[in-house]
Design a protein around this ligand. Sequence first.
Ligand code: NAD
Ligand code: USQ
Length: 384
Amino acid sequence: MRVLVLGGDGYLGWPTALHLSDRGHDTAVLDNLARRGYDRELGVQSLVPIEDLETRVAAWEEVSGRKIPAYTGDLLDADFVYRVLREFAPDAIVHFAEQRAAPYSMIDREHAVYTQHNNVVGTLNLMYAIAETNPDIHLVKLGTMGEYGTPNIDIEEGWLEVEHNGRKDRMLYPKKPGSFYHLSKVHDSHNLEFGCRIWGMRVTDLNQGVVYGQQTDQTVRDARLATRFDYDAVFGTVLNRFVIQAVLGEPLTVYGAGGQTRGFLDIRDTVECIRLAVENPADAGEFRVFNQMTESYSVSQLAALVAESFAGPVQVEHLENPRIEQAEHYYNVKHTGLVGLGLQPHLLSETLIESMFDIVSANKDRVDPAALLPTVRWQGPLKR
Ligand code: NAD
Ligand code: USQ
């Protein structure tokens, strides 16, 4: 198949493009390099050094003999999006190209507006470009488990059968997201479901949990193929941060009591889930939703797991939670769709955590410890 990966210079987009290319798909990437710009803005960098996009695709061609055309440009530029879709003529598009950090979206008004404008308008441009160039393209869109939040009922895969005053309907599962970033994904999901209903689009919305890990079968083939690994308090995600903090001898930063529970998955499962979704397209008019996670853990369980796996002493510090989120809650998520397509999950084991310790040790001189502490507070600048 011909697959276009939007956000193909990012943490997940790059390894996904390699995985699809390795499996024989004609793969191209599109990216506006915004993520590298956030690094400059925040004064941080990936723990593992990463090459520029040009060097990455040249290295992949050297290693695999396969080409990955790279389109540099912005989803907010509709003419560019239409041009790329006409030129590359994809059968499927994988859409990772959004601002994805909850804390970044909560810095201030400007960052909240940027996040929702970038994510929602970028996706709308893409929807129109698909509808007007080839409505048969299957769009695989990255959503997030955080769209659901932490409701006190079981979380279904996107849809909920509701009975109300004696009548029944199948409704989009109600959403209770926890940041302006997570809200942008909810807005996207609603727009996409509407596109399926009115234009007959075929869409798979992947509500992905928090990803951990840094290596895939393809990225390990050459150091120039490495993907980014973020540790800072804005873009670093919780398990990756705990592993890095353990190696640096810094305390693991559990926000609050640590009872908040989330869904997680290994980066090797992310790339495989995308392949499975691409190779098994949604029907025309279908808004198909999968919950892309393999296991649930509370933040304190994760801290304990990292502390147990690390050979040296590990201190766990409970910081006042900078976010507003439920400290203790029910969490029971249905996630059978991707397993039904053939996913064989890599569950979190000490072996994986140990291999992450080695990656961190090799790069620990690149860490700025000041970037580890959270500075963005959900309470924000509101006057009370
Ligand atoms: P990332 O920031 O590393 O990658 C996103 C890429 O998209 C970046 O390279 C960025 O430059 C590009 N981009 C952003 N806006 C763009 C635009 N307007 N036009 C073109 N390119 C643009 O993020 P990631 O961690 O790889 O996440 C990828 C996707 O997966 C995101 O949509 C995110 O919401 C979702 N997701 C990530 C995680 C996680 O744990 N990392 C978990 C669940 C869902
Ligand atoms: N947390 C800590 N200590 C830390 C960092 C985080 O206790 O040092 C806690 C947070 O309070 C939160 C949980 O860990 O309860 C997860 O935080 P995170 O920063 O790892 O993840 P999150 O902000 O939810 O966002 C990440 C990705 C985002 C994706 C989301 C999936 O950045 O793109 O959408 O995970 S999910 O959480 O399922 O919505």
